[in-house]
Write a protein that binds this ligand. Structure first.
Ligand SMILES: [Mg+2]
Length: 183
């Protein structure tokens, strides 16, 4: 069975749409989803990283990680894909969020699979045939690995580019991610 690594935020968890109202309230700003054109929030918000870090602490203190909405159709489609693929969740969320994330997956009907919390996704690339991710830099790095068969880049304002390596396919919704893409 081929192995599929599925990212969490920006792929199965609608982090930006769920958290942007909280970020805007916290920083008294008025950013929209399309304004988040780079992966690092502090850069998108035009502030030093230390300043943005206050929001991460606020998020944790207020239990906001558990309140993130799932991406439409993600759980249903992963249930289908997990019949033919060995699926695992890979996230760069801090390790302390493991239990919060597992109960979130369960609550929203995602397949019960293991989750790996890694700071750097390059540490696990050798183990997987397929990836679904929203971080352009990670996807481009993965495309260079010979054993990686295909990468699905989940479309977002922060991962736009003029062209993509052949192995990377841009997808806009979970309904586009059907089993044919993993053959
Ligand atoms: Mg992500």
């Amino acid at each position: 069975m081929h192995k599929l690594a599925v990212d969490v935020d920006g792929v199965i968890a609608n982090f930006v749409d769920s958290m942007l109202p909280h970020m805007n309230a916290f920083f008294e700003s008025n950013f929209k989803r399309e304004d988040i054109v780079c992966f690092d929030f502090h850069k998108a918000f035009g502030m030093p990283e230390e300043d943005f870090n206050r929001f991460w602490a606020y998020m944790k203190q207020n239990g906001l990680w558990g309140s993130i909405a799932p991406m439409p159709g993600a759980a249903k489609q992963l249930q289908l894909l997990s019949q033919a693929l060995d699926l695992e969740y890979i996230t760069s969320r801090p390790a302390e969020l493991q239990n919060t994330t597992l109960s979130w997956l369960d609550r929203h009907g995602f397949p019960e699979k293991s989750i790996t919390m890694v700071k750097n996704k390059k540490d696990i690339i050798d183990e997987f045939d397929y990836f679904i991710d929203d971080r352009l830099e990670d996807c481009i790095g993965l495309a260079e690995i010979e054993s990686v068969r295909r990468i699905l880049l989940f479309d977002a304002p922060w991962n736009q580019c003029s062209e993509l390596p052949e192995k990377i396919i841009r997808v806009k919704t979970w309904s586009e991610i059907d089993p044919d893409l993993f053959q």
